[in-house]
Design a protein around this ligand. Sequence first.
Ligand code: SF4
Length: 362
Amino acid sequence: MRSYAALREKWENWLSDFDEYLKKQLHLERQQQKKATDEQKQAIENGTYPAAFSMPLSLQFELTGRCNLKCRHCYNRSGDLPPDAMTVERWKEISKEIVKHGGIFECIISGGEPLLLGDGLFDIMDILHDDGTSFMLISNGFSMTNDAIKKLKKYRYRWIQISIDGSTEKIHDELRQVAGSWEKAVNAALMVADAGIPLAIANTMKPETIEDLPEMVRLAYSCGASLLITGEVFPSGRGAINEELLLNNEQRGRFWRLIDEQRNLFAKRMQIQRSMSNRAQLEGVLDLPVSGGIIRPNGDIRLDCIAPFVMGNLAKDSFYEQWQKSRNCWQDQRVKDYIESVDLYSGKSALHQNHVEGDIVL
Ligand code: SF4
């Protein structure tokens, strides 16, 4: 006969099992990051790796704060932002300046929705492309057209990333708040893959959709993706405001286990990546020279998407001058305190709400 005490014991074992599993995974993730950071520090000491970069290795261009979707989990609150201070002309000037000073290896193009810039997007990309830069383009796919794909085909990519938040229209459109957005995202993914451009699909899970992962993996594979990046809602921007979208540890444990299962099933066919924990990511760059940053639609140069620190502003000033002042920002005590305040599991900081409170100028 089943007793309440026996059921309770079974339940508690199950919970603590997830707990152990999460702890182990996080420990491994942090260890790997620490090893990579220590190796880099050693190389700097030996003089085989630069102690500062005269130009960034990579930059993210948040080309606009406008978006044609209204996602409930948008980490940077696109659509709610003031009008863009950075015009296409200003982005082109900054791109030319970057090229003039030696260029960058990679540019991550994001927003908002970058396709909303129309031909302005290609004008900006052309300047960096002609200098040898590779791209990662992040889009919701809503405005992808055959004409845009033809134009996008000419650039070098790590990948074009299309966001799809579930295997069904119902799951995706509810989170993204625009009817028909799933269908358009799936079509955009197919267009990217058909054009021979490397396709990554980014997928965000909320508590009720975790069990959709196996179907989501199959959808990504059928679309021709070589990579599926899946993760939970990040406690930032509208993701932090809509707290019901965040996972608890039990849900997180279940989600991570499902990812492992699917990764084994799809090994050698499609890569499945779990978004890394915020804390591990930030610890991995702590004390290293700044090698990249994000230029925002208001012209701010931000240290990182999950670290709310601003290194300068480009609405009027030159990028090169601002960059020269920013080389040691990861060593600033305020940044260290922030990283220390980030919860290992949820990624929430006890000191500052990312993209909810205003950024901190270093
Ligand atoms: S998450 Fe992406 S698609 Fe959604 S509102 Fe934000 S920028 Fe737009």
